[in-house]
Structure formats: C-alpha cells, structure tokens
Design a protein around this ligand. Structure first.
Ligand code: FES
Length: 199
C-alpha cells in the first residue's frame, strides 16, 4: 500500500483511468447506436417490405371490411371510399351496378391501364394515393360533394380520383394492388401516374 503523496497520486491516476474507461465506453455505445440506426434506416429505404412500412406491399384488411357503393352513395369510411393511413391510400370499392360509359374490350383495356380490378362479385376496386398531384397536400374525400377536394389550392377530383378542375396537372395517382385470399394488399411501391381525366 502507498502512503502520503504516492498514495494520493495513485488515487488521482486511478480516477483518471476510470473516467477514461467510462468515456471510451460511452463513445463506443454512441457509435454503436448511431451505426445501428444508420443501417436500419438504409435497410428501410432499400427494402421497405422488410419493415412493412409505406413503400412496401401492405395488407390493408379483409375485403369484407370495405363495403361497395355506387359513387352517389359514397360516405368516407362507411361506404365506397375508405382511408387507410399506413398505406396513405384511399380504397375505392365501386358497386357492381356502377355505370361505365365503355363496354366489353374497351372497358377491360381501360381497367388495365387505370389500375382498376373487377372482383368475382362484379364490384370494382381502386387504390388511390392520398397525395395531391399539384403540390403534394393530402386530399380529403368530401361527403358533401362526393369527391376529393384539395384544401391547399382547390384541385378537384371525382370519386375515383379522376381530375375535374383546379391547378392539378392530372388525376390522382393509383397504387397497384392484389387480393390475397380474402385480404386486400396494396403495393405502395408501385404507382400509376398516367390516369387520364374522365371522358
Ligand atoms: S396541393 Fe392540392 S391543389 Fe395545390
């Protein structure tokens, strides 16, 4: 055991050493945390399917949850049009009695090019991206005018997202989607931005 000045010096040196250990460990911990979160962020960007976030294929629910309706009977989240926040999507489910101007092959071609699916029960499905194609505001569906109206600069889209008027350059974009058993899966990484305005 050291006495006097030697013991004091040894104690101070010991304290410095443990402080250095502590600082080194803290820095390593911070470095480890930031590296982990950087890797997680990169993985999330590159492979959104791994994290089941926007950009991935997302199961939005059982088809039976989304009650079909004709456009003049739409009520948001009750009939015909449903908002699913995680996918930033409006699910549009049109009743089988919905009237279309085209018929036969013309109608099938239009469905294919506009990302509309006809279901076995004769109803029709669309998955609309919530983002206004003017400057990106979220567009709400308005029960009072049975259409989508952007609160930012007034762009106006009909009940299936087709452009009607306002500064937007085109119709609302649509996501690819498919059915998986009884579930509806929206692929939020695949966007159709070539939907023309209504005839
Ligand atoms: S962002 Fe929607 S009208 Fe401008």
């Amino acid at each position: 055991m050291l006495h006097g000045g030697g013991a004091e010096a040894a104690e101070i040196a010991g304290q410095r050493l443990s402080r250095r250990h502590f600082l080194r460990r803290a820095m390593l911990a911070i470095w480890g945390l930031s590296t982990t979160s950087a890797i997680a962020g990169a993985l999330e960007m590159l492979y959104p399917n791994l994290t089941r976030k926007f950009g991935a294929s997302l199961t939005v629910g059982a088809k039976s949850v989304f009650k079909a309706a004709k456009p003049d009977k739409f009520v948001v989240n009750q009939a015909g049009v449903f908002y699913y926040q995680q996918a930033k999507t409006y699910i549009v489910h049109l009743d089988r009695a919905t009237h279309f101007l085209l018929k036969g092959t013309d109608l099938s071609d239009q469905f294919a090019s506009e990302t509309i699916a006809k279901d076995a029960d004769g109803s029709y499905w669309i998955a609309l991206y919530q983002r206004c194609v003017h400057l990106g505001c979220t567009v709400p569906f308005r029960n009072d005018c049975l259409s989508f109206k952007c609160p930012c600069h007034g762009s106006h889209y009909n009940s299936d997202g087709e452009y009607l008027d306002g500064p937007a350059p085109r119709s609302l974009d649509r996501f690819a989607f498919h059915f998986q058993g009884e579930d509806l899966v929206v692929d939020t990484g695949v966007l159709n931005n070539r939907v023309p305005p209504p005839d």
